[in-house]
Design a binder for this molecule. Structure first.
Ligand SMILES: [Zn+2]
Ligand SMILES: [Zn+2]
Length: 235
């Protein structure tokens, strides 16, 4: 169904769960789908956002101490599990666009925290073949909606581009993911420098290989600081 028709149908059926399509008491998710989601809450590492068992004095996890990450702050709304995977699959395929406002609500607090100084907000781009097939980039839809709703951050969808199609990262090892992404991203030729702090937006963080590959390119182009926000993250 065309996305516009989908939206119209959603308006006619306002109390339908955006995930399982069962009738719900309120807009958004039904009680069962809500309670299945696992939000990532404090305490967490101040840098990589990893949930911590206790509050640490300096707020930095052991891994970030040992190797300071390229990305200054990573935050995610949810743990990646069956419930968030199903939500993200719906966002990417089929009726994705009508889930955007709901998912952005889940990301709102973290987005506000990461955009108080109006960084460039850059969605992880899809390769054009994938974009043609899907007709939209879910990360770009989230980034645009978040900037618009909050009035912070500068939505910058064309600065970073994917110059090489990569095979799906699923099932690849950490090293293989890194190799798969070598040379995948580039800065648009008409934007030679990116001398602003940047907030990257993506759907899922697994090993961080995609976010790190994009960060390397942005830092080479002059970005003084790169942060990242995803819907969900593998813990
Ligand atoms: Zn539901
Ligand atoms: Zn950390």
């Amino acid at each position: 169904m065309h996305p516009i028709l989908n939206r119209a149908t959603a308006l006619l059926l306002p109390h339908q769960c955006v995930s399982c399509r069962q009738f719900a008491d309120t807009t958004g998710l039904c009680a069962a789908c809500w309670s299945a989601l696992a939000p990532i809450t404090a305490p967490m590492c101040r840098q990589c956002g990893l949930p911590l068992a206790e509050i640490l004095e300096d707020g930095i996890c052991a891994a970030c101490w040992a190797t300071p990450p390229k990305i200054s702050r990573i935050r995610s709304a949810l743990r990646y599990d069956d419930a968030s995977r199903s939500l993200i699959l719906k966002l990417k395929h089929g009726d994705g666009l009508q889930l955007v406002p709901f998912i952005c609500r889940l990301m709102a607090g973290r987005f506000a925290e990461l955009t108080s100084d109006d960084p460039l907000v850059i969605p992880i781009p899809l390769h054009r073949w994938r974009y043609w097939r899907r007709r939209f980039n879910q990360s770009a839809e989230l980034a645009r909606y978040l900037c618009h709703q909050h009035g912070t951050g500068v939505y910058s969808p064309v600065l970073l581009r994917r110059q090489r199609a990569t095979q799906s990262q699923g099932g690849l090892s950490r090293q293989a993911r890194k190799r798969n992404l070598a040379g995948a991203f580039a800065i648009s030729p008409d934007a030679a420098r990116a001398d602003h702090p940047v907030l990257l937006i993506d759907d899922v963080m697994t090993t961080g290989a995609t976010l790190n590959a994009a960060t390397r390119v942005l830092q080479r182009a002059g970005a003084p600081e790169v942060r990242a926000l995803t819907i969900a993250r593998v813990i």
